[in-house]
Design a protein around this ligand. Structure first.
Ligand SMILES: [Zn+2]
Ligand SMILES: [Zn+2]
Length: 259
């Protein structure tokens, strides 16, 4: 069985001392496909992720996070485009809108999101979307820029926290829905209902490490090995075997990697 962590911040400073051990534990737990998300706010930010991508099974996702939208400029755009030429750079992300924190203004976030979508379309790569408390603007932008006509995968809605209706709209536009450890939280009844209703062929698993550790590690530092807990929860909610769930998630992530 192969487990997939479709979203992890391996370059985070909390892994500075034991990054190799973290990756070793992932291997030991059969987490063999890892997408390392690198949030770029300045030139050079991709260095750690690029070196990790030399390892088998580790892919890279690069982009300017909505929190950092205020730093977005031509120089950063060129830097992202240059890194995206790497054969294991699979998507532009995480990009999107975060109206919970508003570290950058709405205008900066909308501009940076749309601009990076245009780049992704130009180089024919999927995107990884971070959308928090920004349902309407996210859907408006995605449905304006993606037609959903073709059967291809246009991207991933990461750490999905929206409702069933939004998930279905995103699927129609060619997006996969990725669930994190939040689905294991006791009070996460609403999001478990979304897991139940989204067809397995559109589901991905992620940790979003070092954040959002699943039960029983909740509140502690998260790591890719714990994606097993997320995957087990998906199989429990959907009443499918772990084998069926892991096989489908591998197929789904391959659609992103293969693009
Ligand atoms: Zn995010
Ligand atoms: Zn993230």
């Amino acid at each position: 069985m192969i487990y997939v962590d479709s979203h992890v911040h391996l370059d985070d400073a909390v892994y500075e001392k034991d990054r190799e051990e973290v990756l070793y534990r992932a291997q030991e737990n059969d987490v063999r496909i890892i997408a390392a998300v690198c949030c770029i706010a300045k030139i050079g930010d991709a260095d750690i992720t690029l070196s990790l991508m030399e390892k088998e099974g580790i892919y890279g996702i690069f982009g300017v996070h909505p929190h950092d939208a205020r730093y977005y400029n031509d120089e950063l755009r060129d830097y992202v485009m240059e890194i995206m030429q790497h054969p294991k750079a699979i998507a532009i992300g995480e990009i999107g809108l975060d109206y919970h924190y508003n570290y950058s203004t709405k205008e900066e976030q909308l501009f940076t999101f749309e601009h990076q979508i245009e780049i992704a379309q130009k180089i024919n790569k999927p995107i990884v979307v971070h959308s928090r408390e920004a349902r309407q603007d996210t859907l408006e932008l995605l449905s304006r820029l993606y037609d959903g006509e073709s059967n291809k995968v246009n991207g991933i809605m990461h750490c999905y926290s929206g409702d069933v209706d939004m998930a279905m709209q995103c699927i129609r536009l060619g997006f996969l829905i990725s669930f994190s450890g939040v689905i294991t939280f006791e009070n996460a009844v609403r999001i478990r209902d979304v897991v139940k209703k989204v067809p397995m062929e559109y589901i991905l698993s992620e940790t979003d490490s070092p954040y959002l550790a699943p039960v029983p590690h909740r509140g502690k530092r998260n790591e890719p090995a714990y994606v097993v807990k997320v995957t087990n929860k998906i199989s429990e909610i959907k009443n499918l075997s772990i084998k069926e769930v892991t096989e489908s998630i591998v197929l789904n992530i391959k659609k992103v990697i293969g693009k």
